[in-house]
Design a protein around this ligand. Structure first.
Ligand SMILES: Cc1ncc(COP(=O)(O)O)c(C=O)c1O
Length: 354
């Protein structure tokens, strides 16, 4: 898709809201930076790309985004380095995953140039919203949806891309307890579990509420056929450490290819920690818990980075996991955070400077 490289028109806010926000107490995803990027795809071309104040967008209530969830999103973070630079963590991965999901929903590709030009301009304009590294990060949320107001269940002809950003605090989830579920299934072969359509998320809410009613924070998702193999937890990829080896399930079509998961596998190799990517059954984790070889469980994702899990409910077996000194989760978390914030060398070329 040919794209004009001219800067987008920018309509600035009259007065920034930045000074009214307490950057030492940032929630997740409910404070929004001053501006957003908006572009529309119509009649076979991208048009009207602009940056304007963050605010509501108008939609027909009949549009396919609302009627049929022809909608997707992405999420990634920018951090501030000690020298004050703004660095974004692996946005190329999110740009590619966005287009994989778009293809799954028969939505037009978002050109790489458009995505990165939008990112450059938007994040530069709202640079004042980038928290210091010890306060948190700037979470960047592209949202892409079908604006076509006709009710046929077929691919639409008009789409909108919005990119917004939100300063977020250092994520501390507190003690996390997770429980396996057989009642609910997140993904199954041929479905959309390895993509990131919005519809994947609304469909998990009942499962997490039921887990909370049972005294856990969220669920451990099992495979949708045998309900036997562990796939993900909540909205994170999942790792276990059994007898000194980190284990995580292979992607295989039903697991979201997480950027943090991919980075963690690489960092485990860098740190010389054995890692196996293979199927993990609930019975295997139960047996490891019983014989004392289950050392850790943790989730990983952009929001929480590496989130140690303290309690597991495994098909009725309760497992408490004590925090261990120098745990794999702690080592991974500090390595990842160090690279993301520019205090550890970016040896894999993961940082994109704005
Ligand atoms: C279902 C699911 N799994 C895993 C992840 C972690 O992916 P990432 O590390 O790219 O944030 C996410 C978050 O995007 C998710 O929604």
């Amino acid at each position: 898709m040919a794209l004009s490289t001219e800067a987008f028109p920018i309509t600035r806010v009259e007065a920034s809201r930045r000074s009214s926000v307490d950057f030492d107490d940032l929630p997740f995803g409910s404070v929004w930076s001053d501006h957003m990027f908006v572009a529309d795809y119509e009649d076979g071309a991208w048009r009207g790309a602009e940056i304007r104040p963050f605010g509501p967008v108008e939609l027909y209530p009949s549009c396919k985004a609302l009627q049929y969830a022809v909608s997707l999103f992405e999420g990634f973070k920018a951090h501030k380095t000690p020298s004050g630079e703004c660095v974004v963590f692996r946005p190329d991965m999110n740009q590619k995953r966005l287009n994989r999901t778009a293809d799954r929903l028969v939505m037009p590709e978002v050109p790489r140039d458009l995505f990165f030009a939008a990112l450059d301009e938007l994040i530069d304009l709202d640079r004042a919203w980038l928290p210091d590294a010890d306060q948190g990060a700037l979470y960047i949320r592209p949202s892409y949806f079908c604006t076509d107001p006709s009710l046929q269940v077929n691919p639409g002809s008009s789409y909108r891309l919005v990119i917004m950003s939100s300063p977020v605090g250092l994520y501390f989830a507190g003690e996390i307890g997770l429980v396996t579920t057989r009642e609910f299934v997140r993904a199954f072969p041929g479905g959309t579990g390895d993509h990131k359509p919005s519809g994947n998320y609304g469909a998990t809410l009942r499962a997490s509420v039921v887990a909370q009613e049972q005294g856990y924070q969220n669920v451990i998702w099992l495979d949708g056929i045998e309900h036997r193999y562990i796939e993900e937890c909540g909205v994170m990829n999942m790792f276990f450490v059994i007898d000194g080896t980190a284990l995580t399930p292979p992607l295989g079509g039903t697991i979201l290819p997480g950027v943090t998961r991919d980075s963690a596998i690489q960092l485990l190799a860098d740190l010389d920690i054995p890692c196996e990517v293979r199927r993990i059954s609930v019975e295997e984790v139960q047996a490891a818990a019983s014989d004392g070889t289950l050392e850790e469980a943790f989730g990983c994702g952009t929001a929480a980075t590496i989130a140690p899990i303290h309690r597991l409910g495994l098909e009725g077996q309760e497992v408490e996991l004590e925090h261990r000194e120098n745990s794999v989760a702690d080592r991974l978390k500090s390595e990842l955070h160090g690279i993301q914030t520019g205090t550890i060398e970016d040896r894999h070329g993961w940082l994109y400077r704005i």
